[in-house]
Design a binder for this molecule. Structure first.
Ligand SMILES: [Cu+2]
Length: 118
């Protein structure tokens, strides 16, 4: 894998071609992306797809129907889950309002709730 898929937008279908330059089988899972009726791009090896063999490639079509924010992708083969990984940033649809105000509110220390560390 040469680079991260990078930025996308809610509602996009992102095509990601993975070419396996390694010496072991690999698949890629898009962690937190629901992909309804699109299980062949979900990544679990031998469950939703055959692994990509060394020297082989596979193009994932990742449907970002509901997701917004920063999610991540990772290898989903054998014990390789934490070895190959990266971020995918999903922006809201164009023109969508943000769910919070950007207006900064000054809060006095006394008004702040205590944070309990256990
Ligand atoms: Cu995952």
């Amino acid at each position: 894998m040469g680079s991260s898929p990078g930025d996308a937008r809610k509602g996009n279908v992102v095509g990601v071609k993975v070419h396996n330059h390694g010496d072991r089988n690999v698949t890629i899972h898009w962690h937190g992306v629901k992909q309804p009726c699109n299980q062949w791009s979900d990544g679990p090896e031998y469950i939703t797809q055959c692994p990509i063999k060394p020297g082989g490639s596979f193009t994932y079509h990742v449907i970002l129907s509901e997701e917004e924010g920063t999610l991540w992708w990772h290898a989903h083969t054998g014990f390789d889950h934490a070895t190959l990984h990266g971020a995918i940033v999903i922006h809201p649809r164009r023109g969508a309002s943000f769910p919070f105000s950007f207006q900064e509110k000054k809060t006095k220390v006394e008004e702040m709730a205590p944070i309990i560390l256990a």
